[in-house]
Design a protein around this ligand. Sequence first.
Ligand SMILES: Nc1nc2c(ncn2[C@@H]2O[C@H](COP(=O)(O)OP(=O)(O)OP(=O)(O)O)[C@@H](O)[C@H]2O)c(=O)[nH]1
Length: 635
Amino acid sequence: MELPVSRAFPAPWGGAVLTLFAYLAAGALLCGGLAPEQAAPCLIWLPAGIALASVILWGAWMAAPIFIASLLFTAWQSAAGPTTWFAIPCFNTAGSLLGGLLVRKRRTQRLPVFRVVDAVSLLGLGIGVSAIVSAFGGIAVPGLQEGARPVIGRYADWWISDMAGAAACAPLLLFCMARDRICRAGEAVSWAETALVSLVTLTLAFLVYFRLDGMSGRYEVWPVLLLLPLLWAATRLPLLLAQLLGSAVMLMAVFASARGIGAFHAGPPGLQSDNTALMVLVQSAILLIIGAQVAERRDAEDSARQANLWLERKVAERSRALAESEARFRDLADTAPVPLAVSRFGDGSVLYVNQKAREMFQVEDSPFSLCVEDFYVSRSARAQILERLDALEYLQDHEMELKDSLGRQFWAMVSCTLIRRDGEKQIIIGISDISSRKVREQSLQMANRALQAHLVEVESRHQGLRDQAMRDPLTGLFNRRFLDQVLPEHVSLCRFSGSQLAIVMIDVDHFKTINDTWGHRGGDDVLATLGAYLSDQFRSSDLVCRYGGEEFVVVMPDTPPDMAQARAVELCEMLRTKTFYANGHPISITMSVGMAAFPLHGDDAGPLLLRADEALYQAKREGRDRVVVASVPRA
Ligand SMILES: Nc1nc2c(ncn2[C@@H]2O[C@H](COP(=O)(O)OP(=O)(O)OP(=O)(O)O)[C@@H](O)[C@H]2O)c(=O)[nH]1
């Protein structure tokens, strides 16, 4: 898996150039001016640390620049032949490659100096492996040279010097890996503190390594004093600065040791370099571990700060969005062209009214002292609405009477929606004034009622006219025209049902004498009384008509001839005893009756009437005041 490469790292080509340059520069700085026997074996492997850092940072193909740099450096520093020139760079490169790849393979997410465990793995895996392989090269090379004997006794020195060389480059490694983080982490430290710590560290190092004479061994412990300001620098200053100070101290120690001056220049010759290497190893390891811890803590703080900032930003964005959304809703509701209100479901208190609702209900700006019940005309209206909202959660186009704060009543159409907000039920109410529509509806209803009354009257008049058309005005009985209309229907019905029907034709005897005696008006009195009498004497199913003048016809459905005849005879007898009044004068009258029956005397209305008429005239001829049944026509 590839390591994530920081934005601050150079590209691989830049890394190759940097590796080459740093390797040669470090070699020249540390070993320049020294005789080869002085420089080797302590310092000849020192730049191997740069090679290790390079492999960790940019990968295996950094082996090429490492090998080239090591080859140049070895050729420059070693008095031996080409075999040594070639063998030592091979071991150096192999050691860097192996150690670097082991550290690199172990890491998956972060570069290896930001946590303690990473720093330990860098030392254990990277520096250790690199030092072993390189030291093995340092031991083996003399063996390759003809006539020379391996210097087994110097084995530990070579190894330690290789480890020191690798560790000495840790500041550079930290610099490469942490420089973008250091800038931010160092913001909290004041310039005064930075300057003071730097000055103290450098001054102390200068005094220890250049101004004190260590030949007597009295000042060998002085370099340990430098750990204190370096520790301070590692924990308080930006990590970059701490590592730069550490590097400066280390360079002073190496330079002074090489020159044979300072507190570190003690002990037998040859041991100075070992002391220097040991000091550098300890110092770098301490700085590396402490620096990693500090970086880890700063990293955690930075992450927490970033997360906090991100959260604060998100909360701010969310709050802003909510505020904007609420403002939008308020604008929308405030400028809505219909009256809107929001109330509590529980106690009916008003939470919001828009401008249109304020105008409609004549309320002030603050609606919070109001209750929706104040605006209902009927006390039971709210209970009904709540019941329906509880069941359906909405109410559509409910018409009801409302009133404003001044008591003016009006009809309104109300729509409600139940919502849950802030842990309670609320009702969004939309209202429209439908008073004018109601007025129109009421006038339309009134007009409709008037129209219906008028229609009833017209119908009644029509009925009167129809009655006039089919009734005789003097007696109130059906007239001849009506008889002519309905008699054929009655006959058809009888023919269809197989029932019988009788027709009784009645004529008042000597009616002209009554007219002549009591006047035409007296005659009318008699006719009117007779019409009412006949109407009373026959069944409601019988049809009593004034046929014309003093002549009457009675149609008797479902009546056999003998029954009709008996009824006619009975009527004649009753009439003889009945008193009539003509112009107020009591008189008696008789009548002659002709009778015909369906189907005995005819199978249609016309023949039946004719037969009855013939029978009537026969009764007149035979002396009047009698009933004559029509003769059965011959077949
Ligand atoms: N007062 C009155 N008289 C009527 C009316 N219609 C017809 N008459 C009279 O009834 C009389 C009928 O006389 P006639 O046809 O000679 O018959 P009658 O006098 O009854 O003699 P018979 O029928 O032969 O017994 C006439 O004088 C008519 O003017 C009416 O509506 N009112």
